[in-house]
Design a protein around this ligand. Sequence first.
Ligand code: SIN
Length: 324
Amino acid sequence: MNKPFEFNQGRPLATARAGVTVTKVGVHLGAEISGVDLRSPLADDQFKVVEDALVEHELIIFRRQDISSNNLMDFGRRFNELTVHPFAPNEGKNAPELIKFRNDEKTPPYGTDVWHSDETFRAEPPMATILVAKEVPQVGGDTMYVSMSAAYEGLSDRMQQFVSGLEGIHDMKPFRPLFGKSEEERKKLQHFELMYPPQLHPVVSIHPVSKKKVLFVNPQFTVGINGMNENESRALLDLLFRQALVPEYQFRHHWEPHTIAMWDNRSTQHYAIHDYYPQRRYMERVTIKGGPVSGVPRADLSTVRRLKYVAPAGVDTHGGHKPH
Ligand code: SIN
């Protein structure tokens, strides 16, 4: 049985402040935001509601926002400066921060159907990503999200203690196949490898705002555990990667045209479902600068906090199932 918890800590599902309504739509992550028009700058008090909602709900969704690429970049810049993805094709000199994912019969989607947090091969991965749906397939093309703070909480006390203080090795490995075999291409790859050497990030990070503990490893970029041999690394990472596959920690987002999803890259992973090919799907994306990833100190019992659930007298914890 999963660990029970008090749903939403007794709070209402929808709250409104400064004319902005935040409605929780997922148990561990996901809230829809209404009462804003992202074609123009938000008032400071409205922006604060959105910023707080991102940290609290980890994934926020805005519907019916027919915004331009400039509106998208302006909205992103309210959080911090935008970053440029070193490998994804972008809009060139005019808008290097803007990525357009235009997928259709001739351009199948690439590389996003793997659970990942964005760009953890960097010393300072982005704090958040904003994705806008311009054209969506008739069916399919959803995006899955998972709360890695819930995934951490779901580990046993023993495993939380064991992984606290470990460091994951994050590498740009999915991008190596993008380079060809010619001398020129090999030189280009070497240049990128020097610019983006493998990074160590804590396996259990601490969210800089919410202070929640987060399981910060992902199968796209985490290739090992510092100080462990290959077998140990593989076994531990396989186990930790499986935490993201637990449906209870996930949220499946269905896109409509002009829907925006923004995720906190410090506490979530996502997976773009490539089931829609060869239908068309067109999305625009920006990422927002983050900072260094800080983590919990080396295994120390006092740093491991778990809420122990003790069933009140008379509560059946077996969901009605009884041995015969
Ligand atoms: C991504 O991984 O940023 C793309 C997500 C998506 O296309 O749904």
